[in-house]
Design a protein around this ligand. Sequence first.
Ligand code: GLC
Length: 456
Amino acid sequence: MKRTVFIFLLSLIMTQNTFSQKKIWDESETGKEERLEWWTDARFGMFIHWGLYAQAARHEWVKSTEHLTNEEYDKYFEIFNPDLFNPYEWAKKAKAAGMKYAVITSKHHEGFCMFDSEYTDYKVTNTPYGKDIIKEWVDAFRAEGLRIGFYYSLLDWHHPDYTIDVSHPQTPEKQTKEEYAKLNKNRDMAVYREYLKNQVREILSNYGKIDILWLDYSFPMEFGKDRDDWGSVELLKMVRELQPGIIVNDRLDLKEYEGGWDFTGAEQYKVQKWPEIDGKKVPWETCQTLADSWGYYRDEYTWKDNRQLLGLLIESVSKGGNVLLNVGPTARGYIDYRANSALDKVGEWMKYNSRSIYGCTEAPEDFDAPANTVLTYNPETKRLYIHLIDYPTRHLVLHGYKDKLKYVQFLHDASEISILEPSGHFQPKTEQNDITLLLPVVKPNVEIPVIEVFLK
Ligand code: GLC
């Protein structure tokens, strides 16, 4: 008996030990909810991928996919000069599109720094442009009242100590240990790890309050990189010390660490339902491009249309998530006509319908979504939003809503929607607690009309 008690206590101590080893940040659940509140309310942000690759204009991975050497890639560094860059214009566009926050690439995988760093010469202030783009960008976006985020690439295809791995431009043709060892003989990840930490410290110290940090990415596999390569635990501890309110994504390979991430991501896909970890719904964001590539791609033809983009936003909110929609500005510094037109159209819809997005989330389970509709819900105002993805012909039956609703209107023009009194003829058969809305035959002049239901 005594022995069992002893073993039990021992195992308790051991689990607590491993548990505390796996803790990065001490915070209660409500503490975290409060820290993330502005972000979960905001729902919609702008992602900006901008770097030297904008000049190649054929994907931000061009250095890797075309196996370019530093020397071959240098031509972009030598001429980088975005003479039409006006971050105030960008910020206005983001705001007009209904976005509440923005995340910009301070360094992408190519290793080029868009900020003035003490630790490298490979930075924007050494190009013909000569100014710290990140500083200019932060000032402008803050002035428009947008929240600020930095993307920072953990990968670095320029740093001489960053070891060559599967995604590196100089990855060997034969993927063997010997080949990698040969190539990496003079490279030392410990030196790069220090560099990475120093640079993250810089971007989190030199630009005031930073709301989001987007670190990209880990690939724990053979000839890949994981949390030990980045020194993720130490790195994140430093991040939290420098910016206690910051919100961090989940690509540091610290999924099983308490406080190792704030939200999870869905890159370029729609989730089927609200993502859960250990049976609990977690904060999440889908990042998505307008066309295929993140950086500016001149000859791109795979642009998502307005309906697809709105559908993405509405569906994400209906499952409790955020959307970070990407633009890849040109190397002259402006957002091109295709991206502009996409943002304008989203903005047109948001101008009249954003009430169904901001502060909204998944609807309570007892609300049934009629066919071809998507629901969102604002728990503060107790309003339910029915998005009419496919506009119905006159009638919309709301099953089981009768006791719950006070008033119904279109969101875009606050015009009342009548409730049909059952009379038996020429109207859908309903059950006792159903309600039938009488809609105008002609679809309102809105891409996806929204019905706003005031609940009791
Ligand atoms: C991937 C890509 C990268 C892009 C990012 C955005 O990690 O490597 O090019 O920046 O996704 O989520």
